[in-house]
Structure formats: C-alpha cells, structure tokens
Design a protein around this ligand. Structure first.
Ligand SMILES: [Fe+2]
Length: 242
C-alpha cells in the first residue's frame, strides 16, 4: 500500500531526529514497525524496493521532464536500490534499516560501495519529495523565521544555495540543513549526505549531471534557479524542521 505523504514525512523526520540524537540503535524495536520510504511497506529491511514518485512522471513539466524522471527515477534510483540489495545480501546488514546501513557504512572505509548505494537510495527518495507541482514560492511559519534569522532571508538563502549547488565540483548535492538547531547551507560530494554528519536534512537539490542534463544540458545554474523558483517544496522542508 503506498505511503501517504504524512507517513513518509513522519518516517524521514523520525530517522533524521534519531540519527542526530544518536538513538538509532536503541530505536530498532520502535522503527521495526515504521514505514520505509524505499519499500512502501511496513518492514524496512532488505530487500529494498524502488519507491513510487510522489507525483506523476510528467507532473513537473516543463521544468523537469518525464524523460528525465524515466531515467533518473526509473534507471538511476532503481540501480542504487538493486545494487544495495546485492551488496548486503549475506552480510550482517540484511536486517538493518536504511538509516542504520548508511550510518554504519559511513564510518567504515571497507563498506564504501554499501555507503554510496544506500545513501543514494535515501537521497533520491528525499529529493523527489523536495519538489512538487507549482512549487517554489516562499516558506512560511517557523521555517521562514529561521531562514531570516540564520541565513539572512529568502533572497540571500537562494543566492547562497545556488552558489553551493553550482560550485560543487563534479557530482553531489546542495542542502538546507538544521545543524544543532541552526539552519545551514551545505554541499556534499557524490553520495554524501547530512545524516552521516549528524545534521538534519530539510531540502536538497541533486546536482549530478543525470539530474538535469536532458532538460538543461550543461546549464546547472539554470536548473538550480528553476528548482528554487518553480519546484522547491517548502511544505516538505517545514515538516522536516518539525
Ligand atoms: Fe540523482
């Protein structure tokens, strides 16, 4: 049964909160019954499955095409899921949740492949929810206040987020995160993500070329501007802030 958006948000928020508070291991019994964004099922361990998009493949056109989604979600995201399942089969991670796999492999240089694929599964599931039809606009409530107080307001946030996204050399991600209660803009390389650094992700933009090349070719700055002005899901970011 597909997750409702509320259930999905609750799961992601729960994982992020637990990760930052260091209670992940202690929470296994609790999270065993939580819904998993990668499986859309009650159980949340291997085998992970590709989650459905939270909207139709063509819902973000003309800003992000169905063709981009057919590759980005249908091929790239699926490959990360399939690779992760293969890599953890027969290991002690078979019974672990996605967040547990990410946190454990982030600290173990011998598990780089597992980290890359598990983190990319999480990142992409999160990214799809960071966008919505008729997105962009302005955040409201506490998130808007914190963007004003911590980041100098929405215009400054957009400028700095765009700088982070366009100066990430090669593949990676730009993020709005909460770090110890303070909002920050960060960029990460390849599969790296805030969860591995004790930060809570609020919003992200995928700046791997596969995210934008079919629609924007080499114009990453145009893609990031469009993400911020037309696609960003501020409701989702606000729920992640809690
Ligand atoms: Fe991607």
């Amino acid at each position: 049964m597909p997750l409702t958006k509320r259930e999905f948000n609750k799961f992601l928020l729960g994982g992020a909160l637990l990760a930052t508070s260091g209670l992940m291991e202690e929470s296994m019994a609790q999270t065993a019954t939580a819904s998993n964004p990668t499986t859309n099922k009650k159980e949340e361990t291997m085998p992970f499955t590709l989650p459905n998009l939270p909207y139709a493949e063509n819902a973000l056109e003309p800003y992000m095409s169905a063709k981009t989604f057919s590759f980005h979600h249908g091929k790239h995201h699926k490959a990360y899921v399939d690779n992760l399942n293969k890599l953890i089969t027969g290991t002690d991670m078979e019974k672990a949740t996605l967040e547990e796999i990410i946190k454990a492999s982030a600290k173990d240089s011998t598990k780089q492949g597992i980290f890359n694929n598990s983190a990319q599964v999480w990142n992409h599931t999160f990214f799809w929810n960071c966008m919505k039809p008729n997105g962009g606009g302005k955040p409201s409530g506490d998130l808007a206040k914190k963007i004003d107080s911590d980041l100098g307001g929405l215009d400054k946030f957009k400028e700095d987020f765009k700088t982070a996204a366009t100066t990430q050399f090669g593949s990676g991600w730009a993020w709005l995160v909460s770090d110890g209660g303070k909002l920050k803009i960060i960029k990460t390389a390849n599969a790296d993500l805030p969860l591995a650094h004790g930060q809570k992700a609020l919003l992200t933009c995928d700046v791997w070329e596969h995210a934008y090349y079919l629609d924007y070719q080499n114009r990453r700055p145009d893609f990031v501007t469009t993400f911020l002005d037309k696609l960003a899901n501020w409701d989702f970011a606000a729920k992640n802030l809690g």
